[in-house]
Design a binder for this molecule. Structure first.
Ligand code: URA
Length: 235
């Protein structure tokens, strides 16, 4: 359906409808190679609309998803080895959303997925110091390990900053500890634990910044973030 050009320009995220009137009046907008007049209509499907010579297209709606990632899924959109991916779990959302940061194949829990590139950059950049909290089932001597985890660790030439650590529960052979870090280096928590002589049995990300893993989400389930969560994430 043909719509007024002002509407198409605002749907493409170029400018407001009011500003679009100015663009049209100043001759910056063309429809199929002809300079547009105020009042002209066009459609994204049938016509080529340009602003300053550049074609415009509808802006993709931004989507923000929280997935409770189960074990055994790769944190990518497609896998050359044919393994199951997190995209397989969320694809019914019908928008190509990608994972923000990584969770190992056998790690579980909170994974944000979005098609918002700016947000992705912001969340994964270490300068933003967003806390990531992992509940970790480990075997080994926790009393000895905790102070090591709370100190700077150098592993294979890579520096891991001190973690915040809480012991949640201790059983005979396994302990449950919470480890909070700011960085997102490859296998970071597992490598930190190995350095502290702990063996990781299970690793669940339960929080990123203010965003907690929704306990209502079963493994493999996802939900859209609500407006207030999106506002806090994107502010
Ligand atoms: N640290 C790890 O070692 N693995 C993860 O999946 C996340 C953090």
């Amino acid at each position: 359906m043909k719509e007024r050009l002002q509407k198409l320009l605002s749907q493409s995220g170029i400018c407001s409808r009011r500003k679009a009137e100015e663009y049209i009046q100043s001759g910056r907008v063309m429809v199929n190679g002809v300079m547009a007049q105020l009042g002209d209509k066009a459609s994204f499907e049938e016509d080529t609309v340009t602003v300053d010579g550049k074609p415009i297209a509808p802006e993709e709606k931004k989507l923000y998803i929280m997935l409770n990632k189960p074990k055994g899924f790769v944190t990518t959109m497609s896998d050359e080895k044919g393994r199951k991916t997190v995209w397989d779990l969320v694809k019914e959302c019908q928008v190509r959303v990608w994972p923000v940061g990584r969770l190992d194949l056998n790690s579980e829990g909170l994974l944000i997925m979005t098609n918002d590139g700016d947000l992705t950059q912001r969340l994964i950049h270490p300068s933003h110091m967003i806390e990531k909290e992992y509940v970790t089932w480990v075997s080994g001597n926790v009393e000895k390990a905790v102070p090591i985890l709370q100190t700077k660790i150098v592993d294979a030439g890579e520096v891991f900053l001190p973690a915040k650590v809480k012991v949640i529960r201790q059983f005979e052979h396994v302990s449950v500890i919470s480890i909070t870090i700011h960085e997102g280096k490859k296998h970071q928590v597992r490598r930190m634990c190995a350095h502290a002589a702990l063996t990781v049995k299970r690793l669940i990300r339960v929080r990123e910044g203010f965003l907690h893993l929704d306990k209502q989400l079963k493994k493999g389930e996802w939900r859209h973030l609500n407006e207030s969560e999106i506002a806090q994430l994107t502010k």
